[in-house]
Design a protein around this ligand. Structure first.
Ligand SMILES: [Cu+2]
Length: 151
C-alpha cells in the first residue's frame, strides 16, 4: 500500500536553504522537494521564526536570487511563481502557511501543482504575515523576511 511516511525518507530532488534578512539573521531552515505521486511533497523546517506563535505565508517566487536592495532585501526573488496566469491562491507557487511553535516549525504538504523539477532554480519566500488567500496578487502577506534559492 502507498504511504507518504515512506516518501519522507526519499532523497529530495531539490532543496532551498532558507536564510533570514538582516532584521532576522537568526532565522534559517530548509525546504525540501520530494517527488511523490503526481506532484511533490514539500517538507519545511524553520528555526528562530520572529514570533513564538506567529503564522507566516510561504510561497515559491519566480525570481532566481535571494538578493535585493535596501527597501526589499529579496526584491530579486520576484513575485509568485504563476506560469499559468491564475489568480491567488491558485498560483503554482502558493503554499500553506507555516505555524511557529515557539520559533520552530516543521511541516509537510503534498501538492500536485508542480513536480520538483518545475520549481528548481526558483526561490522560496517566507513573509512577515499570514496569507489571507484572498487579496490579489499575493494574499496581503507583508514583507519578505526570509528566502532560499531552490537547487
Ligand atoms: Cu510570497
Amino acid at each position: 500500500m502507498f504511504s507518504f511516511s515512506q516518501i519522507l525518507n526519499r532523497k529530495p530532488c531539490c532543496k532551498a536553504c532558507i536564510r533570514g534578512d538582516r532584521k532576522f539573521p537568526e532565522l534559517y531552515g530548509t525546504v525540501s522537494f520530494i517527488k511523490a505521486l503526481c506532484g511533490t511533497l514539500v517538507v519545511t523546517e524553520l528555526h528562530n521564526l520572529p514570533s513564538p506563535e506567529g503564522v507566516y505565508a510561504m510561497h515559491i517566487h519566480n525570481g532566481k536570487k535571494c538578493t535585493g536592495n535596501d527597501s526589499d532585501p529579496f526584491s530579486n526573488a520576484g513575485s509568485h511563481l504563476n506560469p499559468d496566469d491564475k489568480t491567488h491562491p491558485f498560483h503554482m507557487g502558493d503554499l500553506p502557511a507555516v505555524f511557529s511553535c515557539n520559533g520552530f516549525s516543521w511541516s509537510a504538504v503534498y501538492t500536485d501543482r508542480f513536480f520538483p523539477e518545475q520549481v528548481n532554480g526558483y526561490t522560496v519566500i517566507i513573509h512577515s504575515m499570514p496569507d489571507d488567500f484572498r487579496t490579489q496578487p499575493s494574499g496581503n502577506s507583508g514583507e519578505k523576511i526570509a528566502c532560499g534559492e531552490i537547487r
